[in-house]
Unconditional design. Structure first.
Ligand SMILES: O=C(O)CNC(=O)[C@H](CS)NC(=O)CCC(=O)C(=O)O
Length: 271
């Protein structure tokens, strides 16, 4: 593993696939121009609209988004994390909320289907029933071991509240934990940064969290603050609340130092 720059993109995705993919490409290009070799896009980067619209367009969203990720990775010669985005499954009109890791040759390196679905009623009046349209993934994510970029583990958004998933990834040798998200403004203000720092600290891994920000449609507002956190829990970059990119260095020396100073992974008893 070498030292390199990683980027967490922050977007305001809309119920408009082509517009979103164009915005994503601009932000990937911006990150690459600043030297990023590993660029990540938030949950719902390709489409953020009502569940009805999402299901109607799921086939097109899946095909175009996968092609977009592979083409963009090749065009900019970078490794990309994208997702989740809907991929149709079965006959019930449901989708997997899928995250993909794609290498610079456009090859798929890893795929993860979101396992924890956001079925929550918030005190601000918003009701979320992700399971109405999404089928829960049943497989723990793999770690992709890149000689250059280290061990890379995927997750999606609400997963961040389930530490056992990240423990699984760190046990498999993850160095970088991805949490692409569309966190609600309401929960985000109190929970987002704390949860990400906890996942980074307890696993002595980098946490990279691309995010949605702003108002997408109707009452849907997201928290923003795409960020990169180091294995000691220090926030290295924070995108604030406007579209843009958070960029920071991922360093094997910093990983080694944090793990030497706090060898908690070696002291695990139960998991
Ligand atoms: O809002 C939308 O329409 C888009 N959001 C999403 O698609 C997903 C599933 S509903 N959001 C989350 O998982 C938020 C989790 C979260 O915010 C928390 O854990 O607090």
């Amino acid at each position: 593993m070498k030292s390199y720059l990683a980027a967490a993109v922050q977007m305001t995705s809309l119920p408009d696939l082509d517009k979103n993919l164009a915005q994503a490409e601009e932000l990937i290009e911006l990150a690459v121009r600043r030297g990023a070799e590993l660029v990540s896009l938030p949950e719902n980067f390709a489409f953020l609209g009502t569940e009805e619209e999402k299901i109607e367009q799921a086939g097109t969203i899946a095909t175009k988004t996968e092609k977009f990720l592979k083409t963009a990775a090749q065009k900019f010669q970078v490794t990309l994390v994208g997702g989740g985005f809907p991929v149709p499954v079965g006959k019930e009109g449901k989708v997997y909320n899928t995250a993909l890791l794609v290498g610079p040759s456009g090859e798929e390196l890893s795929r993860y289907e979101k396992a924890h679905l956001f079925d929550v009623d918030l005190p601000d009046g918003n009701t979320y029933r992700e399971s109405r349209t999404v089928m829960a993934g049943v497989k723990l994510p793999d770690v992709y071991h890149s000689e250059q970029l280290g061990g890379i583990g995927l997750s999606v958004c609400y997963d961040v509240r389930f530490p056992e998933l990240y423990r699984h990834l760190s046990k498999l040798g993850a160095d970088v934990l991805f949490v692409p998200a569309a966190f609600t403004a309401y929960t985000g203000k109190d929970h987002w940064q704390v949860l990400l720092q906890a996942r980074a600290i307890e696993n002595t891994c980098y946490a990279i969290a691309p995010a949605q920000t702003g108002t997408h449609y109707a009452m849907r507002q997201t928290h923003g603050h795409a960020m990169i956190i180091d294995p000691w829990g220090v926030i290295l970059a924070d995108a604030g609340d406007l579209p843009g990119v958070a960029i920071a260095e991922i360093s094997p020396q910093r990983l080694a130092r944090a793990r030497a100073q706090m060898p908690s992974l070696q002291h695990r008893v139960f998991a």
